[in-house]
Unconditional design. Structure first.
Lengths: 402, 236
């Protein structure tokens, strides 16, 4: 006990340099945990964005590309799917429901999605959760819109407000579809998915915007559509059928499978990030070793005093190792604090930009495991100066070398 | 142990050399009686510190015997020697005796944390550790109670040396070894310090081995031994 107290007091006595060492470890720990948190939360976020959908169908391109633009609203479609083809697939006996998706327009930085009432009936996220309204109801006709939670919050929109949509995805400077205002009739509950950042209108509203008043509101094409099957077992068959469609070059993907492909690609980057972060932690621990060895010479006198009052070499070794362990422990604590502070600061920005919620939940098993690992590594590192000090005490005797 | 016929320190045919170097010590015999106050005179480099290290059991003699209070040190393992030293010998060094991050009180009480025997001795007096420390400091002219919570850096050199003596004496170890404790003090502080040290050792019946190069202090002691005369290495 006395040794632990001496270790704490001795550290406090050298708090300037100790603080720097602690910060070095803290930053490295925060980085490693940050990589881990962002990776996990992104994976969970992506996996939770769409649920219960058996297939997603779009014009033929890459599967990952199709998944990204249709569900996550990242990137753009290269081609459309004709309404005719969509109708045919939707009428297939195995198909239980479909959700058409018409993208390509925006409202003040938020994407506009043209769809039908089926969206609110069949779109599921998370663990098979349906969309729910925080206020109002679904749209009914070309002049109404339903906003995602973040759109309403960020722009301060409320029910009954009317807004103007613009063609294209730029910021305001692109053609505005003036004269076709839509009225907010519903605001969705927050989902932590890109739905929050979407302005939902009917397909007719999209047509009306582009075709002008008086034209037929029958849509000619859509960007992609989501398919729910009566029997999931048929998914492979239907996927093959759609991919071999004669009239039009189509691509059908299973969201879960494509997400795995995406992670395989991203996985390499993740490994690289982990390796880098791991080396940074290693560098932080090397900093600890440097600080310990540097202080050792200044502390020969202190060690000789302790020896003269009866401390055994083992006491000295435990003293140095517990100092190292305490420093490492403080580094981990500060690192976790830094990470959560950083997440608290950065999470809203990430959610606004990508609609992906970084949960950064409490202190998880990975954090605990890393904490234990870093503290153990610190204690082991403390063994180096402890060994040196042990050798010194034997060589110095009780002489205080000033 | 309480047999007064047994000398406090007995050195016989002691030879010591640092690894790979010529011998620094070769002493045929040296005895210090119980309660004796010995002045061991030697120039720096004469092997004083080595001898003290051997007496403290920090260094190990490969040839010859050192008995402290009748206990042959070479019969003890390294850990046993450390325990023996903690229990029976107090040390005061030239300077920087105190841990800078402990208060004066905690510095004085430090040996009790490493020796249950010295702890038990304090407990047997029926006085608390703090009161005992205060008593010792007061006897050494540091009666001011506010001193207890100060750090060593706030004390003068002379005050620090007196705190070091209080630490060496707490728990009444039978032997006190002082290695040039006055060399960092000015003349006035030196004689005041010496008188207090000698008085406290007499009061407690502590055997004192006082090492210094400064012969002018020798008259205050019971006996004077010159290391140069007993060390056959130095004379050759």
């Amino acid at each position: 006990m006395i040794i632990l107290r001496l270790a704490l007091l001795s550290l406090w006595n050298r708090r300037g340099t100790v603080l720097l060492t602690v910060l070095g470890i803290a930053v490295s720990v925060a980085l490693l945990l940050g990589v881990n948190t962002v990776r996990n939360d992104l994976r969970t976020g992506f996996a939770n964005t769409i649920s219960d959908a058996d297939l997603i169908v779009g014009a033929r391109s890459g599967p990952v590309n199709l998944l990204l633009y249709s569900v996550f609203h990242l990137g753009d479609a290269t081609a459309d799917v004709s309404w005719q083809t969509y109708s045919k697939v939707a009428a297939h006996p195995q198909v239980a429901w479909t959700i058409p998706l018409a993208l390509g327009d925006s409202h003040r930085d938020f994407r506009v999605l043209g769809t039908t009432g089926d969206y609110f009936a069949h779109y599921k996220y998370g663990q098979q959760r349906s969309l729910a309204f925080a206020a109002g109801r679904g749209f009914n006709g070309a002049a109404e819109t339903v906003l995602g939670a973040e759109v309403a919050r960020a722009l301060g929109y409320q029910l009954g407000q009317s807004l103007v949509l613009s063609h294209g995805l730029g910021e305001g400077d692109i053609t505005r579809h003036e004269g076709q205002p839509v009225v907010v009739v519903g605001i969705l509950r927050r989902t932590g998915t890109p739905v929050d950042r979407t302005v939902h209108v009917t397909l007719q509203a999209i047509e009306a915007m582009h075709a002008g008043p008086g034209a037929s509101l029958e849509p000619e094409s859509i960007t992609a559509f989501v398919v729910g099957l009566r029997d999931r077992v048929a998914a492979f068959q239907i996927q093959r059928d759609i991919n071999a469609w004669r009239g039009e070059a189509l691509l059908a993907i299973m969201p879960g499978v494509t997400l795995q492909q995406l992670w395989q690609v991203v996985g390499l980057v993740e490994i690289a990030l982990y390796v880098v972060a791991g080396f940074v932690v290693f560098a932080g621990l090397l900093g600890l070793l440097t600080a310990l060895l540097t202080s050792l010479n200044e502390r020969r006198r202190e060690i000789a005093i302790l020896r003269s009052v009866g401390a055994r070499p083992a006491h000295i070794a435990v003293l140095l190792m517990s100092e190292a362990g305490l420093t490492g422990f403080a580094g981990v604590l500060v690192g976790i604090g830094l990470l959560h502070g950083g997440l608290w600061f950065a999470a809203p920005l990430l959610e606004q930009r990508f609609g992906i919620a970084l949960a950064g939940e409490g202190v998880g098993t990975v954090e605990l495991a890393l904490a234990v690992a870093v503290v153990l590594a610190s204690v082991l590192i403390g063994a180096v100066p402890a060994w040196r000090a042990y050798r010194n005490t034997l060589a110095d005797g009780l002489t205080l070398r000033v | 142990m309480n047999d007064c016929a047994i000398p406090a320190i007995r050195v016989e045919n002691l030879r010591f050399a640092w690894p790979g170097q010529p011998p620094v010590l070769d002493i045929a015999a040296l005895q210090v009686q119980r309660g004796e106050r010995l002045f061991l005179q030697g120039a720096s480099g004469s092997g004083k510190s080595t001898l003290l290290g051997l007496m403290g059991g920090v260094l190990e003699a490969h040839v010859g015997h050192i008995d402290i209070l009748g206990q042959p040190l070479q019969q003890l393992s390294r850990a046993q020697r450390d325990r023996f030293r903690a229990a029976h010998i107090g040390f005061v060094f030239q300077m920087f005796n105190l841990l800078p991050y402990l208060s004066v009180l905690d510095n004085v009480l430090l040996p009790l944390r490493f020796s249950s025997q010295r702890c038990a001795q304090v407990a047997s007096t029926g006085i608390t550790e703090t009161a005992q420390a205060q008593h010792l400091l007061a006897a050494l002219g540091l009666a001011d109670a506010s001193l207890l919570s100060r750090t060593p850096a706030q004390l003068s050199q002379g005050q620090q040396q007196r705190v070091a003596v209080a630490r060496a004496l707490i728990g009444r170890p039978p032997v006190l070894i002082a290695d040039e404790p006055t060399s960092a003090l000015d003349t006035d502080a030196r004689s005041a310090f010496l008188q207090l040290l000698l008085h406290e050792c007499s009061a407690a019946g502590t055997t004192l081995v006082f090492v210094s190069h400064d012969r002018s202090l020798a008259s205050l002691f019971d006996r004077v031994v010159s290391l140069a005369e007993i060390n056959r290495v130095a004379s050759s």
